[in-house]
Design a protein around this ligand. Sequence first.
Ligand code: GLU
Length: 518
Amino acid sequence: MINRSIRLRFAPSPTGPLHIGGVRTALYSFLFAKKHGGDFLLRIEDTDQTRFVPGAEEYIIESLNWCGIKIDEGVSVGGKHAPYRQSERKELGIYLKYALELIATGHAYYAFDTADELDQARKEAESSGSSFSYNAQTRTKMRNSLSLPANEVELLLKEQAYVIRLKVDAGEEIVFTDLIRGVVKFNSNVVDDKVLLKSDGMPTYHLAHIVDDYLMEITHAVRGEEWLPSAPAHILIYRYLGWLDKMPEYGHLPLLLKPDGNGKLSKRDGDRLGFPVFPLQWKDPVSGEISTGYREKGYEPDAFVNMLALLGWNPGTEQEIFNMHELIELFSFDHVHKAGAKFNPEKALWFNKQYVQHLPTATLAKKLKAQIIEVLHLDSNSGILDQIYLESAIELIKPRIHFTSELYSTAPYLFTAPENYDRQIIEKRWKPALKPFFEQFLNDLEHLTNFDNTSIENCFKQTVVAMQLKPGDVLPLLRVALSGQGSGVDLFGMMALLNKDTVKKRITKFLNEINTHF
Ligand code: GLU
């Protein structure tokens, strides 16, 4: 382990909404940093101006905040290595300086090839059945400061657009230990002469992230596995700059996979199977298209974070519910799986359900109250907004919901009498011969002194026996009479909550309607 203060960065490019895979990368980096008493930084990698999307940076910051991933240093909070936006760092000449240093030490060179010339080289390679790579073999045939005479190079530098390329020496062994994959070996023959500085003066990711990780004293660079093929080039850059002793440990995270099949989890999978792939809602600034987010779907941020943490990691036990504090305590890269993690939308729902069940009753009652007021336009003195009534309703409703947004809609009949009855159940179950049962039950209820679940249930059973029926003959109808629906919250608990008077009124009304319509 590196013997310096631990610093990890999340370094997204502001090219659109943050995919949940990106949030997971940020989360793992944050957990590791916090576990080791270190810092978590946010750097915005906006060097590709063609892919810049307005609003994306704000979206990233809001997403991290929502998840409780606290930024210690970086964009939005500042810090001693500011600025943290690469476009602003470029203005300070930070990247150019190191590109020129690589040229001076013979590890980089100027290349003048136009887009057409590169295209031509690609086509020629293809026609002979291979693919073009700008490297030790091909660079001599291209137009660059290694292949052209010095005076021509001098002239071209003044007159023509150019890039700076890394000069990869052939036949070098490149070995590094990945935080997740262990020892990884490459030969430099598979590495091309990557562009370090583009013709617009902007650095590429390859140069920029290395310069920044070095200057920002990053100790561990965790990123998506799509960067693994570029890792050998990055290690060579560290080597050529003489920074190998300060090179962060790299970790390449496997992909999040679609629930069905093996490909990468995409927005299309989310649309197709009905779940979000973004933490927050995103409105595309060009098309206006809206993509939903976990927050807007009603997920608790803790549940979302818990679910995400377990997509590709577990502490080696069966435990599944962890708060952020526990995640920090238990997290290590040793237990991050090497294979891609299949996203499971049902499991995401399950996690939210677990969290909703454990929210304090008073919190849920407050949300329920707001929903009732909104839907029923009640004034706040209404009896059903009584705190004890609300909290008892919560106990009935809670086992049936995945989201707090479903509190009211799960059992509206606890707050307002049903206006319609489930016709299918009535048509299937109702017989005029059952009417005496309901009349007798009304009568028996009247004599109950304690109107609680158990007393009501006992009363029901006794009436059923006395009338020589089975509970199943009348239970569904009783539920329809009280709630209008064929299924719902615990029936006797609901009756106790509604109280004797309301229960009697609803059964009486039901019998009247049944008389007229059936
Ligand atoms: N800007 C890069 C990306 O969004 C960051 C990769 C890294 O973390 O180094 O993929």
